[in-house]
Design a protein around this ligand. Structure first.
Ligand code: ADP
Ligand code: MG
Length: 820
């Protein structure tokens, strides 16, 4: 079967499994289509079929879930026919949750009459007592929420009224355009107000479904409305009623219709039509219509009554709207501008709280005491003399920072940032030496056992070689695969203090190891660890000094925000004699050239990496794709060479083994998916080929590139985009222009926003709902205000800051935990 067809089938299946969220392919189907069409054409798939599929999929993102499913079913059938009717294992699951309002009948009690046209809903009567604590009341205080609905809401994480207030819409539909029927256009989303003329209900599809039809007229014309299987319009619509309907104008037999429109009586408050309408994520037994009504009740009652915890001055300085208005506008915006302002305000709050928390944390460690390690200059001089190379100026500066911290009597809390290959390890080694010189212990944690092993070797060289600062047996490696007997021995040595330095993976914090006197904790590749893990390592000692290292070059402004609790040292200079990696952007047609270069390098005794991007957000299919590519390369391109394969579905020990074989030179080429960290030193590797390079951020590409050129030889980085998008490929060309990670990071920040720099587990940032960190100005603003406030009243003790103090407490107790 043609691979383009097979691929599409897989993606359809995946998309079904994901609940039709248009995320089976990164960037949605539209992103996929250009490539797919070309691929299908080159495989001789009939043009008519390509056209048909493409046309359907282009609209996919704008469809609702049931229609998406329809479209996919249809395409599935087309594909099935195309592949000669061979049966396919592609059952598409039903849509995940009721998406239309009426798929479940809601028995509504009489609705209080509210003014007809007013956009701004009036406070609805609720049974809630006054006072902020009342927001902690269970949702069951709402008249329409009994135990069953409370359970359903609970599945959405909505337990209290506050939860409802902060349950923001997933998206919005603009039904604020009100039009007479004779001015309607096919395809537009509008609200129409008119009188119901005719209502009929009839069975269709052999009685399996019910079709409800109505005619709406407004004096200028008539519009046909249809619903399938919906109880409420069938039961409630009567000729003569005045209603507002909202939806997309469609065409049927040459006449305009609206299918499954939102609707409501005109003498009722309009939440579903005639405005920008919120769309919430739902679950079974909860409908949009019902949820909108509940949230509207809560928000209209509470928003005007909420006292704003942000001091007036800050609001004014940062140009923010007040909290109540923001919450109201988030749910039921009067305009897109007001929605924007609301979002801005609430996103500000998130970053502001985060910053305040970090400042507090920072002060806490600044106020705590730590052992003093005062390093004599002569001693350090002598040790540095013994190193195989002189330190660069940047390394010396970083080391001076560390030395100063260790002698300060306060726990060091420092981020050491430096490009791949900039030489962070030796700085860490010197820190260890300063601490172990006085008999204390140090621990170094790395994200993978390969990296841990590599550090172990480096530390033996740097600390147990010449001059001998530690005996080799005082340095040990503890990883998952360490034998139980050896682990026992290490535990013993750590608790009696005979082992001075332990290097390891998570095993260090998971294992019940206790230290006699842990005074320095070092975390490498900090972005790979969560804050809890940092904290856990630190907790193994009594206020030990902490040094975290990262190779992700983060622009300074952003680093201060993300790691606001840490001091920062930057190694912005490479050791001398490094040859820059020659970087080329090739078109897919030039792939042969890339293979030729790899062959030549291998003939000269070198090795190569080939990286594949994560195309589908699914490890299984992604790994399958890697296996297929690996097979193709092995069988068709490099049949005479030895290839190793790494992908996300391998067990850790399998990964280690492949890596180790590559390192020993048993494989000429290492094929790997990007999910696998190839963060390991293989000085003999001189080629890094990256397929689908356009899918990566520059900073990430730079990380890959850093894997080669570690020996003295000329190294190459080849980027092959899988898109012909000029802008995208222009972006890649910057890689060829500079080898400076910071320059690339700044570019990334400009072009793609700061998301690139944040692992999913970054300090508290993964918890942010609204602030997606793409707005550097917002971040800066929140940071400035947080600092300003912290200077005035660090403990928020003034009466004017009482509300703020409790809001901050709530923010940090919401699972955001300790930032250490
Ligand atoms: P990273 O910052 O990526 O962890 P490493 O510490 O692994 O970098 O250093 C990369 C390589 O550069 C190592 O082989 C190391 O021995 C070497 N190196 C480090 N500092 C210097 C220096 N000042 N002069 C020469 N080589 C250095
Ligand atoms: Mg390193």
């Amino acid at each position: 079967m043609k691979s383009s067809i097979k691929k599409l089938q897989n993606i359809l299946k995946l998309e079904g499994e994901r609940g039709y969220d248009n995320r089976a392919v990164m960037g949605g189907f539209n992103r996929l289509l250009d490539n797919w069409e070309n691929e299908a054409r080159s495989e001789g798939v009939p043009e008519a079929l390509i056209e048909a599929i493409s046309q359907k999929l282009r609209r996919y993102s704008s469809l609702d879930v049931p229609s998406r499913r329809e479209v996919l079913l249809h395409i599935r059938d087309l594909l099935e026919k195309a592949s000669n009717g061979s049966p396919l294992d592609l059952p598409l699951p039903p849509p995940p949750a009721p998406v239309t309002d009426e798929s479940l009948a809601v028995v509504a009690p009489p609705v209080p009459k509210v003014e007809t046209q007013g956009r701004r809903p009036r406070p609805a009567p609720t049974a809630v007592a006054e006072g902020l604590a009342a927001l902690n009341a269970s949702v069951t205080v709402l008249p329409q929420v009994g135990p069953a609905r409370a359970r359903a809401l609970g599945r959405l994480g909505l337990r209290t009224l506050r939860d409802l207030l902060y349950y923001f819409p997933r998206r919005y539909v603009d039904y604020s355009q009100l039009k007479p029927i004779n001015r309607l256009w096919y395809g537009e989303e509008v609200t129409v107000i008119g009188t119901v003329r005719d209502v009929s209900v009839r069975p269709v599809r052999g009685g399996q479904m019910q079709l409800i039809e109505a005619v709406l007229s407004d004096g200028s014309g008539a519009l046909r409305l249809t619903w399938f299987n919906q109880q409420e319009p069938a039961r409630r619509l009567r000729p003569g009623m005045q209603i507002a309907v909202a939806g997309k104008i469609d065409q049927y037999m040459g006449r305009l219709v609206m299918n499954s429109p939102e609707w409501e009586l005109l003498d009722q408050q309009q939440l579903n039509t005639n405005r920008i309408v919120p769309v919430y994520s739902l679950t079974a037994q909860i409908t949009q219509r019902w949820l909108r009504r509940q949230i509207n009740q809560v928000v209209t009652y509470w928003a005007p009554r909420l006292a704003d915890y942000l001091p007036e001055t800050i609001r004014r300085n940062a140009d923010l709207i007040d909290l109540g208005t923001a919450l109201l506008q988030m749910h039921f915006p009067d305009s897109w501008e007001q929605l924007q302002a609301a979002r801005h305000r609430l996103a500000f709050d998130e970053i502001f709280f985060l910053q305040l928390g970090m400042l507090r944390q920072k002060r806490a460690w600044q106020e705590s005491r730590a052992r003093v390690f005062d390093t004599p200059a002569e001693w350090l001089e002598a040790v540095l003399q013994g190193l195989p190379f002189p330190l660069t100026n940047a390394q010396q500066r970083a080391l001076a920072d560390v030395r100063h911290d260790l002698a300060s009597g306060r726990p060091m809390n420092r981020l050491l940032q430096g490009d791949v290959g900039s030489g962070k390890t030796v700085v860490a080694a010197m820190a260890i030496a300063m601490v172990t010189r006085l008999g204390a212990q140090a621990a170094l944690m790395a994200p993978t056992s390969i990296l841990a092993e590599q550090h172990y070797q480096s530390m033996l060289r740097l600390l147990a070689g010449k001059p001998r600062l530690l005996p080799p047996q005082a340095i040990r490696l503890l990883v998952g695969s360490t034998s139980e007997a050896e682990k026992r021995e290490i535990r013993q040595g750590l608790s009696d203090g005979s082992i001075k330095l332990v290097i390891g993976t998570h095993a260090l914090i998971e294992d019940p190891v206790t230290f006699a006197d842990l005074q320095l904790a070092i975390v490498d590749e900090q972005h790979r660890f969560g804050v809890e893990q940092r904290a856990a390592l630190r907790a193994k000692g009594d206020n030990p000094h902490l040094l975290v290292m990262t190779a992700t070059p983060i622009p300074r402004s952003l680093a201060l925000t993300i790691y606001g609790d840490l001091d920062l040292s930057i190694i912005d200079e490479m050791p001398p004699g490094r040859q820059p990696v020659s970087t080329y952007v090739l078109t897919p047609r030039e792939r042969e050239r890339a293979y030729r270069l790899i062959r030549n390098q291998i003939a000269a005794g070198r090795q190569a990496f080939i990286i594949y991007p994560l195309i589908e957000e699914n490890e299984k299919s992604e790994s399958k794709a890697a296996v297929e590519e690996y097979n193709r390369l092995q069988e068709e391109v490099f049949p005479d060479l030895s290839l190793g394969l790494l992908h996300g579905r391998l067990r850790p020990d399998e990964k280690d083994e492949v890596m180790e074989r590559f390192r020993r030179g048993e494989h000429h080429i290492l094929v790997s998916t990007s999910v696998v960290e190839v963060g390991v030193d293989v000085p003999n590797a001189t080629v890094m080929l990256i397929e689908g390079a356009n899918r990566f951020g520059l900073a990430q590409l730079h990380q890959f590139r850093g894997r080669v050129g570690r020996g003295g030889d000329q190294a190459y980085c080849l980027l092959i985009p899988d898109s012909s998008d000029e802008v995208e490929n222009e972006r890649l060309r910057v890689m060829a222009e500079t080898n400076d990670g910071f320059v690339l990071a700044e570019r990334d920040l400009e072009q793609r926003g700061p998301g690139e720099f944040l692992g999913t587990r970054q300090s508290g940032y993964s918890e942010l709902q609204l602030a997606n960190l793409t707005d550097i100005h917002l971040i800066e603003k929140a940071r400035r205000q947080a600092h300003w406030l912290f200077e005035q009243d660090p403990d928020l003790q003034r009466p004017a800051h009482k509300l703020l103090a409790s809001a901050l407490e709530r923010f940090w107790s919401g699972g955001k935990g300790d930032i250490s």
